[in-house]
Design a protein around this ligand. Sequence first.
Ligand SMILES: *Cc1c(COP(=O)(O)O)cnc(C)c1O
Length: 376
Amino acid sequence: MATTRPTWLTIDLEAVVHNFQQAQEAVGPGVEVWPVVKADGYGLGALPIVEVLDKAGASGFCVALVEEAAPLRASGLQKPISLLSGVFEGQEKAVAQLDLRAFVFNKEQAERLSEAAPAGTLIPLWIKINTGMNRLGFDPEDVASFLAEMDLLTGVWPAGLVSHLACADDVEGDVTNRQLRIMEAVLSHPEVAARQFPVSMANSAGLLAHPDTHFAWVRPGIMLYGASPFYPAPSPVELNLKPVATWTSVIMQVHDLSEGTGVGYGHSFVTGEASRIATVAVGYADGFSRHQEGRIDVLLHGRRAPVVGRVSMDMISVDVTHIPEAAEGSLVTLMGRDGEEEIPVEEIAGRMNTIPYEVFCNLGRRVPRRYLPLDD
Ligand SMILES: *Cc1c(COP(=O)(O)O)cnc(C)c1O
């Protein structure tokens, strides 16, 4: 195998398991935890994460798409897999073959799955209810009649009811309670109550902040990856979550520049004094966003150093004037801890004006992921 450029992500699987256990503790023994590993495990790598969480006791897993579920089945995963974004037309046969449980939000999806089901098999469906997110789901008042129609379809059965919380990260607000009351009204409808459906509503924020959203099973995503679903606080430390991802690169070259020298594209940065400027092997093609210009630090030799000038596709420039040890080959931490200093994903998200979810999902495909194994 060709050796790779020394820019990589380290994913701490021990920390993922720790964070999963925090979710389990928050919901207690009666509630199933189904980790959400869509978008390739929020960019960190679904397969190794599923492998450790399968062993750690996950009841099932959630992905957004059929094409995200296929590699999990190919890896030998036996546990149930839910499809959070439902089934797109043409994917019904794959849902049957891969034994997936789709969130279904209209009658046509159920009918197409019914037609696709091989004779003698039953495809389980999660009936998605729109309780207030207003993206996907049946209107609450249509649920009973849809269930009656489903009873006439062969090859499919309603496995339970699901809904998604719009504002669970808003601990004080009333939206979550309103969504809960709508779900409870659906559940108390005589046609529905008789079926004693298992229900799922909670994402990470719901399961941490709103115990009454736990129901039968919960769907934590971001907390497993060590980031807080509450922005900007409480922090992961306050939630007893461990950071999972460390992003590392190296210095390629160091230049001693005199005062008044422009650096990088557009010379958007000009040295204000004699400076040592290091070129580091990471850029926006790796997910190191260009939108952070002028607001970024990285860590070198346990100290912070500012990124100066433009972020280019494959490189950044860092002012290391105050770090005399910095030299070609020095390790640079873009995200994570170096000695006493740390750059958490929340800091990167803040300076990009986004949330940790997007920082993780944008991590470039060409950055190799290395996994710290479990000690066992
Ligand atoms: C992504 C997703 C989740 C997980 O949300 P987090 O905020 O990452 O915990 C849960 N449910 C659905 C329907 C989702 O799309």
